[in-house]
Design a protein around this ligand. Structure first.
Ligand code: GLN
Length: 543
């Protein structure tokens, strides 16, 4: 709708990490979208891993998977949840990926004998990847979040790339710097000095921020704002307060109140018109803040100490809860601390049980105990990926009576490999980016609970796995009451047509659903996932 070249907005961080650059970027995108600007968000991660796919959740929280199968930073999940627009491989760039493409070019001889250097080769590659999203004129605005903190050795080439872009087209580029303002109780005031120093560091690297967003636990006084403006060389209106919020979903409205979007548009000399359309957002917030019901749902997994490991699942519950006008209290249950003897005590106060995705043997016994409990006590159950696979193993052991039934991921010598490695995964040696990743279509069985929940028989969901239900056992499961509810028709390693089980159900149970895919990745504020909505509703009926 607006005629102009694509604008680039960079978001850097200073003083401390974990200030919420991702949420500020996502909030700004939400506001710009609501004003009619086509906006996307990109994350540049300064670490050397090619992607976070091989990183332990303790290190990096959840690995988020995009439609096109990129294993990415969890901030991309926030971007999608806030904007309702799918991201892709191009939306997450790591130092590893940048160096990989430069080194591949060097090996091909593309540099014709010249010395390959951080400047200009690495910085040019960073710029290329930033501009990639602008190709085809799909977006009016590209918000690029730079991971890490200004002053880090790793982020230097990124800051330099931004400096060059600013120099090349000053009209089209702006920089927002997010900092932290500590409150000194003894002095009774917010301190601006760390922010001043952080901006000085940026200036040393040749970059002048246009706006300063101050994360703070206390209101920013007029004098503190003026001080930041004067010493950081920005207009006073461009000093934005970002107070701690009750929920991350309040941040777009708080930012609008502070004038973040207005000042961004003013800086870029673009019209900001009237009020943005945030009706859906406000309806969601109202429901979130004034629930009429409450349920408790157990999330059984092995990374429960670390909420970031299950970020998308927790957010999907929040969104589905709001849709049901229901507060979903998620009880994190450590699968390693769960066993047959204590399962009743641990899960007895929950109206639903979700068994989480995961890898490896650790904590499997606890997951199986949770599933047996949910199945026999008729408690609503949702198993995601490994959670679904455990649902199948539990059924094989306790209903079909195959005591050694297992996944070959846990036990290669089982006589009943009800879950086994996918044919085309058998010869995979490289661990990075080689799982079955991204969106695949799935056909739901007519009359299944899932078909009813989705309101359609053709769906598409995202994946991240190497193992699957062994088709040799389908007949046995079906006869014993566990039904295949959804399949994907694909090709095996030799190109032969193959049907993969994507979902199972127990029709005799009030709500027992296992899905090989990850519904949580597709749940957004505007489109909460139907499976989570139905699961929460089932838990509400179980009160
Ligand atoms: N470890 C299982 C597999 O690779 C499940 C993966 C997951 O839960 N994401 O198939």
């Amino acid at each position: 709708m607006h005629k102009h070249t694509t604008k680039f907005i960079f978001v850097t961080g200073g003083v401390a990490s974990s200030l919420g650059k991702g949420i500020i970027s996502a909030s700004l995108a939400r506001l710009l979208l609501s004003r009619g600007y086509k906006t996307t968000i990109q994350k540049l991660d300064p670490y050397i891993n090619i992607d976070p796919g091989t990183l332990n959740p303790y290190e990096h929280g959840e690995c988020y998977v995009t439609e096109d199968g990129a294993e990415t930073d969890l901030d991309l999940g926030h971007y999608e949840r806030f904007t309702n627009i799918p991201t892709s491989q191009a939306n997450n760039v790591t130092t590893g990926r940048v160096y990989q493409s430069i080194i591949e070019k060097e090996r091909r001889g593309d540099y014709l004998g010249s010395t390959v250097q951080v400047v200009p080769h690495i910085t040019d590659e960073i710029k290329r990847r930033i501009k990639l999203l602008a190709e085809g004129g799909k977006f009016d605005m590209i918000i690029t979040e730079i991971g890490g903190t200004v002053g880090d050795i790793e982020s230097l080439p990124y800051i330099e790339a931004v400096r060059q872009l600013t120099w090349e087209s000053p009209e089209d580029v702006m920089v927002i710097h997010l900092t932290y303002m500590p409150y000194l109780a003894a002095a009774g005031e917010l301190k601006t000095k760390p922010t001043q120093h952080s901006v000085k560091t940026m200036l040393e690297q040749g970059l002048q921020p246009d706006m300063i967003v101050c994360r703070t636990e206390h209101p920013l006084s007029r004098s503190a704002r003026d001080k930041v403006a004067l010493f950081c060389n920005v207009r006073p209106e461009c000093v934005i307060e970002s107070r701690d919020a009750k929920s991350i979903y309040e941040v777009p409205l708080m930012m609008m109140q502070e004038g973040l979007d207005r000042e961004v548009l003013r800086t870029l000399k673009l019209p900001y018109g009237g009020k943005p359309n945030l009706t859906l957002w406000r309806v969601f917030l109202r429901r979130l803040e004034h629930p009429r019901h409450e349920v408790k749902i157990a999330l059984v997994g092995k990374y429960v100490e670390l909420h970031d490991a299950y970020k998308s699942i927790l957010e999907a519950f929040l969104q589905a809860g709001a849709m049901n006008s229901c507060k979903v209290q998620v009880k994190m249950v450590h699968s390693e601390q769960l066993n047959k003897a204590n399962v009743e005590k641990m899960l007895g106060d929950c109206q639903g049980v979700l068994v989480a995705p995961g890898f490896g043997k650790r904590g499997i016994a606890g997951k199986l105990a949770a599933i047996e409990y949910a199945r026999t006590r008729r408690v609503p159950f949702l198993g995601i990926c490994l959670g679904m696979q455990c649902g199948v193993i539990e059924y094989a052991r306790n209903v079909l009576g195959w005591k050694d039934a297992d996944s070959t991921e846990m036990n290669l010598r089982t006589h009943h490999p009800v879950i086994h490695i996918m044919d085309n995964q058998k010869n995979v040696k490289n661990m990075g980016g080689t799982m079955r990743l991204g969106a695949y279509p799935c056909t739901l069985k007519k009359g299944s609970l899932l078909a009813e929940i989705y309101g359609t028989q053709t769906i598409s969901e995202r994946h991240r796995h190497r193992y699957e239900l062994n088709n040799d056992y389908i007949k046995d499961f079906e006869k014993a009451g566990m039904k295949v509810a959804g399949v994907n028709v694909g090709k095996d390693a030799s190109g032969k047509k193959i049907t993969r089980v994507e979902a199972v159900e127990i029709p005799a149970h009030p709500f027992f659903v296992g899905v090989q895919y990850h519904p949580e990745y597709k749940s957004t504020v505007e489109n909460p996932h139907p499976l989570f909505i139905a699961f929460v509703a089932a838990a509400m009926r179980n009160i």
